[in-house]
Design a protein around this ligand. Structure first.
Ligand code: MF3
Ligand code: CO
Ligand code: CO
Length: 309
């Protein structure tokens, strides 16, 4: 825990750089804790190509997927949704983010799947836990959640050769009105993005719908992290900006699979990276929320592959 900032104090952001204080009154900053040793995966579980050495070998694949890949992605998507729900069940004051990682890891392995984040470009854990001003890719550690925090849990599983990727943001006990509103608007922004999915439309329609909704509420839209093509490869084309990006001209086609995962902030959309090389925090320390689904483009619109059930 860091002491509340006094006015004119720079934000603590772990980068060594100074930023103007967040406009939210005396909010405590998230500080890095201790990261536990790497968890093992049973040898019977087949991991992705980066599981051992940390670097993906296969980095691209067709944007339009075969029926075989799509059917496998439906299963991976359902498992990811189930693991997210299980992990979310443990969100309460006093639970450490490392405990959430353990629950996610065990639930994933229980389904015979590999937790996709583990060793992806060297990422040390099976889950991303992003608390308060952490935008994304927070590393689970010894920090306990406290009453009033908000936390995003980002689950990705690798099952039968394909990935399913989903996340959601949860309040810890009672949260303030701004945080509650942020979570509601972010969830709605994802829904607006999904509604904009249809064959024949450009990818830029997705970000335009999201940005319109988030900015109407007075919130910021993170630009430096985007949705992504997904399938046998964790991150591939197309890139899905969550703001209006006119150069995102790729036309959606039935059979494409990608994520939509808007990160919405109470303040600036600019981020700063912690020294760990992963944790992205808002430059002004304001809170941020995110929701994510893995989507299949269909003849009619979108099929959400990461719903429960
Ligand atoms: N699940 C994240 C996403 O939505 C990616 C996490 S990569 C990791 O794209 F290495 F940070 F785990
Ligand atoms: Co994703
Ligand atoms: Co994700």
């Amino acid at each position: 825990m860091s002491p509340p900032l006094k006015s004119n104090d720079p934000c603590w952001c772990g980068s060594g750089r100074k930023y103007k204080r967040c406009h939210q009154a005396s909010q405590e900053r998230v500080l890095p804790g201790l990261v536990s040793p790497r968890r093992g995966v049973p040898p019977a579980i087949i991991g992705p190509d980066y599981a051992e050495r940390g670097r993906p070998v296969k980095v691209d694949e067709p944007m339009v997927k075969s029926n075989d890949v799509i059917e496998r992605m439906r299963r991976a998507g359902r498992v990811a949704a189930d693991v997210l729900q299980t992990t979310a069940g443990a969100v309460k004051a006093g639970t450490t983010t490392d405990e959430l990682d353990a629950i996610c890891h065990e639930a994933t392995v229980h389904h015979g799947a590999y937790p996709s984040p583990l060793n992806y470009h060297g990422y040390p854990k099976s889950l991303c836990t992003s608390v308060n001003e952490v935008i994304c890719h927070g590393i689970p550690d010894s920090r306990p959640l406290s009453e009033g925090d908000i936390v995003n849990l980002d689950v990705t599983v690798y099952l039968d050769g394909v990935h399913g990727d989903t996340n959601a943001t949860f309040g810890v006990g009672n949260i303030d009105d701004a945080s509650q509103r942020l979570i509601v608007v972010t969830r709605e922004s994802l829904d607006k993005g999904i509604e904009a999915v249809a064959p024949g439309r450009p990818i830029s329609d997705v970000g335009r719908a999201i940005q319109r909704h988030a900015e109407a509420a007075g919130f910021g839209v993170v630009r430096d992290y985007c949705g992504h093509g997904i399938g046998e490869v964790f991150h591939s084309l197309p890139q899905i900006p969550h703001y209006y990006e006119p150069s995102a001209r790729t036309v959606m086609e039935a059979g494409m699979t990608f994520t939509i995962e808007p990160m919405i902030t109470l303040g600036t959309w600019r981020h700063v990276l912690w020294d760990d090389g992963w944790t992205a925090v808002t430059a002004d320390g304001c809170r941020t929320a995110q929701f994510e689904h893995t989507i299949l483009v269909t003849e009619k619109g979108a099929d959400v592959l990461t719903r429960i059930g």
